[in-house]
Design a protein around this ligand. Structure first.
Ligand SMILES: [Zn+2]
Length: 405
């Protein structure tokens, strides 16, 4: 609803720009469309933004845009992508340009990593994009994309060319502010915003559309004083420090879904043979109102303490962190989305109203994966002194203390 308002604001703005050239009565708007016919330009690559990006403040004090650009080769030959520019058409400036290895790394064709930024005949790919800005006023109202590509089947004089498109508004809402989902200290934000691929690239063709409900998901782990995820047998869920922690309602809400009774998997290997409806394991979805829903996944069997339809209050216990569903090790998977389904929804950014960052892993997800596989410590650089954050999204690989009410 709010998002729609942003779109119409931008459309109104673009219309104003158009009528600014020729005067502003209705006749002149018609005249403008009659006289300012767009020059035809052959564009071998067609493009569209899959979901309107929403600007979000992160714990690095920057504003972030995370979104996907679908690119389709509309020719009968190959289209070799050379560069993708993201532009602000209102301010007439280039915001970012991707080429070479950077472009290749961001492109997936039919869900696969590619070794070259090349689209085969009639093939399409999805480019995963992340932009950040120093403050809210720098975030554009609109995005436009320019793709430089070599199309071997294009007319002789147009084999190398620039395709322009993928125009999208940038939303500022909904602004989702949440309370702590857990209690205590030394929680590690794994696979979070804005480049770790496991959640951000979890694009699924569901119910006739692409869905990316996990775009801003975080897998929460807890570390001990030595920054280990578990101590003891790797295959015993009780070895993990987060196992059994109480998950808390992040806001006053209605329980849209509460599922319990699914078994836990043995930590260290993904369970086999799960269907899509079992992926979240024992889980709770809260309805926060205004089209905002929060998913908590992978609870211990028998621990879900709310039922579908219950009203819950911020801070109320919903269940205990476990290892049910499609889970490698015990953790709390939490994300926010625009529909009451863990998968058939569009993932929304969110902020926590108050938290403290005490450390950060500067090595990367591979270091976290190693710690998870071996029981060795995650490599953490302490933040001295710890930094308190208000209304921000904790970014990937940070260590958080929750400041509960
Ligand atoms: Zn997850």
């Amino acid at each position: 609803m709010q998002v729609g308002r942003e779109v119409s604001k931008v459309l109104a703005f673009l219309l104003l720009l158009g009528c600014g050239l020729v005067g502003c009565d209705e006749d002149s708007i018609e005249a403008a469309s009659a006289t300012s016919a767009v020059e035809p330009a052959f564009t071998p690559v067609l493009m569209r933004v899959l979901a309107e990006p929403i600007a979000t403040p992160g714990s690095d004090q920057r504003w972030h845009l995370v979104y996907e650009l679908e690119l389709r080769n509309a020719t009968t030959g190959h289209a070799v992508l050379e560069q993708v520019e993201v532009r602000d058409p209102v301010r007439a400036m280039t915001l970012a340009a991707f080429s070479g290895e950077d472009l290749t790394q961001r492109l997936q064709v039919a869900g696969q990593r590619v070794s070259a930024a090349l689209l085969d005949t009639a093939q399409f790919g999805v480019l995963y994009l992340h932009l950040s800005f120093p403050d809210e006023s720098s975030v554009p109202l609109t995005l436009e994309h320019r793709v430089t590509a070599y199309a071997d089947a294009a007319p002789p004089d147009q084999k190398s060319g620039i395709s322009t498109g993928g125009i999208s508004a940038v939303a500022r809402s909904p602004q989702v502010v949440l309370g702590p989902p857990l209690r205590g200290q030394r929680y590690f934000a794994a696979d979070g915003c804005c480049t770790a691929p496991r959640h951000i690239r979890a694009l699924l063709p569901l119910n006739g559309e692409y869905r990316l409900s996990q775009r801003f998901a975080i897998d929460w782990e807890q570390l001990d004083a030595e920054n280990r995820i578990y101590v003891g047998p790797r295959s015993d869920p009780r070895s993990y420090f987060i196992y059994g922690q109480e998950a808390l309602a992040v806001a006053d809400a209605t329980v849209a879904t509460a599922v319990d009774g699914l078994p836990e998997a043995t930590p260290g290997e993904y369970p086999q043979g799960l269907n899509l409806t079992e992926a979240d394991g024992n889980h709770v979805i809260l309805d926060l109102g205004q089209g905002v829903y929060v998913l908590y996944a992978h609870f211990q069997p028998g621990s879900v303490s709310v039922r579908t339809g219950d009203r819950v209050q911020r801070g109320q216990v919903l269940g205990r962190v476990g290892n049910s569903g499609n889970s490698l090790v015990p953790h709390l998977h939490l994300h926010v989305m625009d529909a009451p389904s863990g998968l058939v929804a569009n993932g929304l950014p969110y902020m926590f109203d108050h938290f403290r960052i005490t450390g950060i892993n500067k090595v990367g997800t591979a270091d976290f994966d190693h710690a998870e596989a071996t029981g060795e410590p995650v490599t953490i650089t302490p933040i001295e002194p710890p930094s308190d954050h208000v209304n921000q999204l904790p970014l990937d690989l940070t260590v958080i203390d929750w400041l509960n009410d």
